[in-house]
Write a protein that binds this ligand. Structure first.
Ligand SMILES: [Zn+2]
Length: 363
């Protein structure tokens, strides 16, 4: 009998892998399942049935805990939440709200935004500005030509990324110590974006990379020492062996087994400048918005430094994370104490996410 491919069956799905794939899966991930039980009063039953379909699904809830043993990132998946249908509804109000802010300073960046000390990088789809209240010594904004951040295409996204990377090279020319670049995109309020007009951000930092990037480098390097095998290749292999990969040219992309929050996608490419990587990120984002109905999302590029360093980055690829931050109409934050201090609690099933994003790809 084949096991249905869903996250709450992950322990069985891993047990059913060919032994070599299973060994890699088990050295990266600890997976365990438990059942949470409760006893609802009679008065609640009608409401439970209306909200969740049946009382039985609530009185015994299967929860799967996935821990990445290498990075110590971890996620709790709850079947009760995971089995709810993905909402792909398009909100017309949001489109209207975005349109209502047209004519903002980012619509005319030459007049509405400051330039960096090294000037602006101008590309086909975006222009850079200097961030007015900086995260770090170098902090730029990639101002998209499009006001509406959701009107994205793979070509436009590749353009945004290439402008951001050129900005990183300019920062390095200005200060040879600012060799650690970081590129991020906070789309709409729930993702931390304060300005609606489409924009991403770039920083360049000194001394060492941002701690979360450095932590991943150290974890991958320890993995290589211990197992003689590349961490990122093995991570992609585990996801592909389970059917979580999203085939796209030039990258290894997959719906993550230890997502930081809803519907997290990881895309691993060789060089940050590789256009097929940024186009793949654009294709994934297009699927995110079009197929999965995501409106607010974060994107982060983990990249090796642009200049020589004491620590070894030779095996570090470019790793791109994409995560859904929830419905803009919802007032409740998606991040609470669990996510900040314990483990992420996630409702979306990575198997459904991979399926939805694959469905659109050219065969
Ligand atoms: Zn605008």
């Amino acid at each position: 009998m084949t096991t249905e491919r869903k996250i709450t069956n992950l322990p069985d799905l891993i047990s059913g892998l060919p032994s070599a794939d299973r060994a890699v899966a088990e050295r990266i991930f600890d997976v365990s399942a438990t059942t949470g039980r409760l006893d609802p009063p009679e008065a609640m039953r009608a409401w439970i049935e209306k909200s969740f379909g049946s009382t039985g699904r609530v009185t015994a809830q299967r929860i799967v805990k996935v821990t990445n043993r290498i990075t110590l990132e971890g996620t709790l998946f709850n079947e009760l939440r995971a089995s709810r249908p993905l909402d792909t509804g398009v909100s017309l109000d949001l489109e209207r709200e975005i349109a209502a802010t047209e004519g903002d300073p980012f619509c005319l960046p030459q007049d509405g935004t400051p330039a960096d000390v090294f000037g602006r990088v101008e590309g086909e789809h975006a222009t850079t500005a200097s961030n007015i209240a900086k995260y770090d010594g170098f902090h730029g904004v990639i101002v998209f030509d499009d006001h509406n951040p959701l009107h994205l295409t793979p070509e436009k996204v590749a353009g945004y990324v290439s402008v951001g990377l050129e900005w990183g090279r300019k920062a390095l020319e200005t200060d040879p110590e600012a060799r650690y670049p970081f590129l991020m995109w906070n789309c709409l309020w729930r993702a931390g974006g304060s300005i609606i007009h489409g924009h991403a951000q770039v920083t360049a930092t000194r001394v060492s990379h941002y701690p979360k990037v450095e932590r991943l480098r150290r974890a991958a390097s320890a993995y290589k020492r211990e197992h003689g095998s590349g961490y990122f290749g093995d991570l992609a292999r585990v996801h592909a062996s389970l059917g979580l990969d999203i085939p796209l040219e030039g990258v290894r992309a997959f719906a993550s087994l230890s997502p930081i929050k809803e519907k997290e996608i990881v895309a691993i490419g060789d060089e940050p400048t590789d256009a097929s990587l940024s186009r793949a990120v654009g294709a994934l984002l297009q699927g995110y918005v079009g197929d999965l109905g995501v409106r607010a999302f974060n994107v982060a590029f983990y990249m090796p430094p642009l200049g020589p360093t004491r620590e070894d980055w030779s095996d570090f690829p470019t790793v791109v994370y994409i995560v859904d931050r929830g419905d803009p109409a919802n007032r409740t934050s998606d991040i609470g104490a669990m996510e900040l201090y314990a483990a992420s609690v996630v409702a979306s099933d990575p198997f459904r996410v991979a399926e939805a994003l694959r469905s659109d790809l050219p065969a």
